[in-house]
Ligand binder design. Structure first.
Ligand code: HEM
Ligand SMILES: *[C@@H]1O[C@H](CO)[C@@H](O)[C@H](O)[C@H]1NC(C)=O
Ligand SMILES: *[C@@H]1O[C@H](CO)[C@@H](O)[C@H](O)[C@H]1NC(C)=O
Ligand SMILES: *[C@@H]1O[C@H](CO)[C@@H](O)[C@H](O)[C@H]1NC(C)=O
Ligand SMILES: *[C@@H]1O[C@H](CO)[C@@H](O)[C@H](O)[C@H]1NC(C)=O
Ligand SMILES: *[C@@H]1O[C@H](CO)[C@@H](O)[C@H](O)[C@H]1NC(C)=O
Length: 517
């Protein structure tokens, strides 16, 4: 793993040089990768989903969430056409799940798992790419570097995912169109078929069902659940039970035809674990970076050393409330982190513009631990004078080891709070009712919300009405709207005196899970 870690570190400087908070796409993908979650959501994170499904173990019937995610990503990417630059990892698969070439309940599982995470900034296909990196890390496979910026297709693409009954020549041409040469075809298929297996409901001719049981029976590709080269070694030493190698129907043994297509030269190379890891890291990354030629991917996303997220300005009983988290990539129990803020006049009229914390929570994931990180979060929730309000905040950090304290101020700009005219009020909201507060100095002409139901496409725009049950306080009036979608993100807007103020991308998560805020 040392080699992959070094490769990631080498490009760290590139990302850090251009990173500036907020960068919604980078922030979210980075969060999903190294904390397992996005949008500051402590619940329902992607790694938990791997864990719930399988923790890379075989379930009762052999199913593996990690395998389902990797197959899903491959089937989406596999219809790329290198000749005309169309297709690739673009989420067209969601529109192609009724095709025989995409058979399987595993596809529906992956669709449901990933479906919690897309939003205005984050495409379904970027979530799919992240899923491959998490699945590999969870299954002791290689670190897969992740870029972001994939776009989701609005229409289905052409057919073309390889099927077992095709000839070697057809597979070779199919992989060429995907951008892989014959050696890469062998290796990528071995990487993919190192996890999971073949299911009775999908390929009953190869795998018999269990009498009286509707669930899938499985024959796994190899004897370990890890994303390692066991599939290669068992093929070479003749002990493999991989149906795509040993099935009695010679038409269906596509892995045998592919694996042996160069006289086993590539498979013999992959018998070395280090070679297998490095090859799979490179080819799985190429697979998820296979995108239509009009898509521009970001640089590889590396852990951000000091990351701010979960920023929410809201309204308490008699002051404003600022919530923000600062995340470190290491643990230091002596560390004392202080948040500072400045009021709108550029000073601290209220004389109370800082707060300190030494308590952190750990948010390390399998992937970040594999990179040698211990990820810790300091969660601030501070009262801010509603009259003087705030314009920006920043941090000072005392490591408690005698060294000088450092300032984290977003490269000099501070972490800017753009506006306090329209604020989300999670404490009064529920998953069905969204409550916002609007500064009432000038009567607002319109308070409205753009709703994104788990995707980059605007679902609907709705207008709020005055909240009859909530009395105005500290200069704010309250507005409400009932929306029956259970899981969505939204932008809040108030048009006041000719200017539209916006609170960008909030999440229903904050409503139901933060009773104290
Ligand atoms: C000629 C190329 C390929 C053929 C014909 C092929 C065929 C198959 C078949 C028949 C299955 C069983 C699916 C089921 O029972 O639902 C399968 C499973 C799988 N394939 Fe492939 N495959 C190919 C290449 C790849 C590649 C390149 C990858 C990814 C790198 C991949 C990843 C997977 C994974 C992870 C599974 C297990 C899914 C699970 O257990 O839920 N395959 N493949
Ligand atoms: C082998 O599989 C092919 C493709 O599914 C099928 O057409 C053929 O009938 C099978 N042969 C036998 C002997 O079952
Ligand atoms: C490749 O290895 C497999 C498994 O050991 C064997 O059955 C096959 O004959 C080999 N092919 C060549 C061309 O050496
Ligand atoms: C949130 O609402 C509860 C009651 O619903 C109240 O007790 C609590 O003080 C409120 N918290 C804030 C920060 O306003
Ligand atoms: C943390 O630092 C602040 C600001 O220097 C200080 O007031 C506070 O006492 C420190 N807390 C601890 C536990 O050392
Ligand atoms: C907020 O600041 C204003 C202006 O400095 C001051 O008059 C007011 O008393 C402060 N409010 C609270 C609740 O401290």
């Amino acid at each position: 793993m040392k080699a992959s870690l070094f490769a990631l570190s080498a490009s760290l400087a590139v990302v850090n040089a251009t990173y500036h908070w907020p960068s919604p796409l980078i922030d979210q993908v980075e969060g999903l990768l190294f904390e397992g979650r996005g949008e500051g959501r402590p619940d329902n994170d992607l790694l938990d989903l791997v864990g719930k499904l399988a923790q890379c173990q075989s379930g009762t019937f052999g199913e593996s969430g990690a395998a389902e995610w990797i197959r899903f990503a491959y089937h989406d990417a596999a219809t790329h056409n290198v000749d005309d630059g169309t297709g690739g990892l673009d989420n067209s698969l969601l529109l192609e799940l009724d095709r025989d070439e995409n058979v399987g309940v595993g596809m529906k599982h992956a669709k449901a798992d990933f479906g919690h995470f897309p939003n205005k900034y984050l495409s379904f296909s970027d979530v799919t790419a992240v899923g491959v990196a998490l699945a590999s890390a969870e299954c002791e496979g290689p670190i897969v570097p992740i870029r972001a910026g994939r776009l989701d297709a609005a229409v289905a693409g052409p057919f073309g995912v390889p099927t077992p009954d095709q000839t070697l020549a057809e597979h070779t041409e199919s992989f060429r169109l995907q951008g892989f040469n014959p050696e890469e075809m062998i290796a990528l298929t071995a990487c993919g078929h190192s996890v999971g297996g073949v299911r009775s409901n999908d390929f009953p001719a190869m795998v018999p069902g269990i009498p009286g049981v509707a669930a899938d029976n499985f024959i796994l590709f190899d004897t370990t659940t890890a994303l390692d080269n066991t599939v290669v070694r068992e093929y070479l030493d003749g002990t493999t039970k991989n149906p795509l190698v040993v099935d009695k129907n010679a038409t269906l043994i596509s892995d045998f035809r592919i694996f042996s297509s160069d006289g086993n030269v590539t498979m013999n190379k992959l018998a070395d674990p280090e070679t297998f890891d490095q090859t799979c890291s490179r080819l799985l990354a190429q697979m998820i970076d296979t995108v239509p030629s009009n898509v521009q991917l970001t640089d590889v996303i590396n852990p951000i050393p000091h990351k701010v997220d979960g920023v929410q300005l809201s309204i308490g009983a008699n002051n404003l409330l600022l919530r923000a988290s600062l995340r470190f990539l290491d643990r230091n129990d002596n560390r004392n982190v202080t948040i500072h803020w400045e009021d709108k006049a550029g000073g601290c009229a209220s004389n109370e513009c800082s707060a300190s914390l030494i308590n952190f929570r750990e948010v390390t994931t399998t992937l970040s631990a594999r990179l040698g990180l211990f990820v810790t979060k300091y969660d601030f929730q501070v009262g801010v004078n509603a009259t003087t309000s705030l314009s920006k905040f920043w941090f000072t950090v005392d490591e408690g080891d005698g060294s000088a304290s450092i300032t984290l101020d977003n490269d000099g700009t501070g972490y800017v709070i753009e506006q306090d005219t329209v604020l989300y009020v999670p404490n009064s909201s529920t998953s069905l009712t969204t409550v916002v507060a609007v500064r009432n100095a000038v009567p607002p002409m319109r308070v409205f919300m753009d709703i994104y139901a788990r995707g980059p496409v605007l679902t609907t725009t709705v207008d709020f009405t005055p909240a009859t049950g909530i009395a105005s306080r500290i200069g704010y009036d309250f507005y409400t709207f009932d929306y029956t979608g259970v899981d969505f993100t939204f932008d809040l807007h108030a048009l006041v005196d000719g200017t539209t103020y916006t609170e960008d991308m909030r999440n229903t998560y904050f409503a139901t899970n933060n009773p104290d805020f």
